[in-house]
Ligand binder design. Structure first.
Ligand code: FES
Ligand code: MG
Length: 570
């Protein structure tokens, strides 16, 4: 081996230190020649039976290892904190930054020259990428892949149907027994959510950033080609180490812009915004909330995928996968960005095809000329709030209504189905204290359910505003990520029942129609109703978490500390 990699600062040592670094590794049956200076590849695994979307990852890691060995590397698999979206209370988002710290420190502290990030369920992708960025060694992402499309009563179903089923049961059109059958039919294979929810959005994000091999986003978890992709990624990372193709070389400002453009075209989750901002913060790229609006406002929606469209991730793969989308977006993209396989973005999609225009439309004849996210600003939230127009009702894009205010999630739950709730279809539901510091952890409750009394009248959508997030599988005229959040003050904290609010999405404004004098008066009496924890991680989180428009990372985690460790352990 000609070049000396960082792992040789452990395994290449003589004397006591080298003895200690190698001897205990040898208890795993590793022969001496594997310590000869070949690239050591860490496989950062989020396998967990409590993260069902990632439960197949140990098997998938075997394919990665085969690829690493095949290319002459030395694979070492290690676990990091795994965040399962469905089970973790109060919300997996509370722990995204904690998991990223685990990833960062685990990579830096250990003798690895390159790393394969095994990502699946929503938060496992941003947390791993964020952590890796703060170390900045050669890194490739292997996503676990989406589930096969659910099949129920002759229909295709996926996670977005959870919200529909919920409303159907509440309005009496679906029986409890049917709900139980649907439950078994929806998640019928390994993999993460089968719609363009946050997990698929994240898998598409890493592919459009150039952090994975082409087709990473859409190959179903159950498809044998997912294992092929894992094996090829394992081989590729060995060469990335030799080429020193580290994250900062791939993650340029242009790469981030590409990801934003692609996310718009596929109708990706609003969570994308928060995660991409946090990743940019780690790698030192100057990205702003406004960039999402600026870059996506003329990009049409061309992927017909739920929740903005009709189909599922499995269908996207058969239609040509994400490369077919990228190829269609040729005129919008920075074509020369380098990607993990060493080729440019446009070299990667040159030979790809679209096989089904019902699923990937052309830019000229898109499914919806509207896409991406609109960033709304005004006196209600001076640092902005976001809405996903493709998942909202066109007739509500300009709307003025009376606020029906819920001070926190408990208040919402207690009163939403009260027959005496003073609400009609023109009202605007406002939910406070579900932001990063407020909940804490900014849960996905922003697409709050419609009041029962309106549901029974057939109302299926209304304007809802919160400082929380919404599941990537959610939809509706939902305004999210209001910043500053209610917990820290600002006008969002002092909206009251009966105030009128105007939203104007075409003009990007959100206005609280209350005189300045009155707002001032309310502010002098305002006190946060949020409890700030005294101990543990939550204490640190509430103290240091940044607002949503900055990516909700912990303030002291911005940037990176590199990969160097100068002191030995014994
Ligand atoms: Fe894991 Fe949806 S719950 S991806
Ligand atoms: Mg989610």
């Amino acid at each position: 081996m000609s070049k000396k990699f960082r792992s040789q600062n452990w395994f290449g040592k003589t004397g006591k230190d080298g003895f200690i670094y190698r001897a205990w590794m040898k208890n795993q049956g590793i022969p001496s020649h594997e310590f000869d200076g070949r690239p050591v590849i860490g496989i950062c695994n989020t396998w967990s039976e409590l993260t069902p979307c990632n439960a197949h990852f140990r098997e998938l890691a075997e394919s990665v290892k085969r690829g690493v060995s095949e290319a002459g590397g030395f694979p070492v698999e290690f676990p990091v904190m795994s965040l399962g979206e469905t089970l973790i209370k109060p919300t997996a988002m509370l722990y995204r930054n904690l998991a990223s710290m685990d990833v960062e420190e685990s990579i830096r502290a250990n003798p690895v020259d390159g790393v394969v990030l095994m990502c699946g369920c929503d938060k496992t992708t941003p947390s791993l990428v964020m952590g890796a960025c703060s170390v900045d060694i050669p890194t490739i992402v292997v996503s676990g892949g989406p589930m096969l499309t659910g099949k129920f009563q002759g229909k295709d179903i996926g996670t977005s149907d959870v919200w529909r089923f919920n409303d159907a049961v509440r309005s009496g059109t679906m029986l409890q027994e049917e709900l139980l059958l649907a439950e078994a039919a929806m998640c019928r294979s390994r993999g993460h959510c089968a719609v363009m929810g946050t997990a698929s959005t994240m898998a598409s994000m890493v592919e459009s950033l150039g952090l994975s091999l082409p087709h990473n986003a859409a190959i179903p978890a159950a498809d044998a080609r997912r294992k092929v992709l894992a094996q090829l990624s394992g081989s590729r990372i060995v060469n990335m180490v030799k080429e020193d193709l580290k994250l900062s070389k791939i993650l340029t400002k242009q790469a981030f812009e590409n990801a934003i453009i692609v996310n718009a075209a596929i109708g990706g989750s609003t969570n994308f915004i928060i995660h991409l901002l946090a990743i940019a913060g780690r790698i030192g790229v100057d990205l702003k909330l406004e960039d999402f609006d600026r870059l996506s406002h003329n990009v049409p929606l061309i992927a017909n995928l739920q929740p903005s469209g009709k189909y599922f991730m499995e269908d996207l793969y058969y239609a040509g996968g994400l490369p077919a989308v990228l190829k269609e977006l040729d005129k919008f993209l920075h074509r020369d960005c380098i990607t993990a396989n060493g080729r440019t973005v446009s070299e990667n999609y040159q030979t790809e095809e679209c096989y089904d225009r019902n699923i990937v439309a052309t830019v000229e004849k898109p499914f919806n000329p509207l896409s991406g996210v609109a960033v709304l600003k005004g006196n209600l939230c001076e640092h902005g709030a976001v809405i996903k127009p493709s998942a909202a009702s066109p007739n509500l894009m300009k709307h003025t209504g009376k606020a029906v205010v819920f001070e926190d999630i408990e208040d919402y739950k207690a009163r939403i189905d009260d027959p005496n709730l003073d609400v009609d279809e023109n009202s605007i539901l406002v939910l406070k204290n579900v932001g990063p510091k407020g909940y804490p952890g900014m849960p996905e409750v922003g697409n709050m359910g419609i009041p029962k009394k309106l549901l029974s009248k057939g109302v299926t959508d209304m304007v809802r505003i919160s400082d929380g997030r919404m599941s990537g599988t959610g939809f509706g005229t939902v305004i999210l990520h209001a910043s500053p959040e209610a917990a820290v003050g600002g006008n969002f904290a002092i909206v009251q029942n009966g105030d009128t609010i105007s939203i104007d999405v075409p003009n990007r404004t959100i206005t609280l129609n209350v005189p300045e004098e009155e707002l001032k008066k309310r502010k002098t009496n305002w006190k946060t109703r949020v409890t700030f924890q005294e101990r543990g991680y939550v204490h640190m989180y509430q103290k240091h978490v940044e607002q949503a428009h900055l990516g909700a990372d912990l303030d002291f985690l911005r940037g990176g500390s590199g990969s160097e460790v100068t002191r030995d352990s014994h």
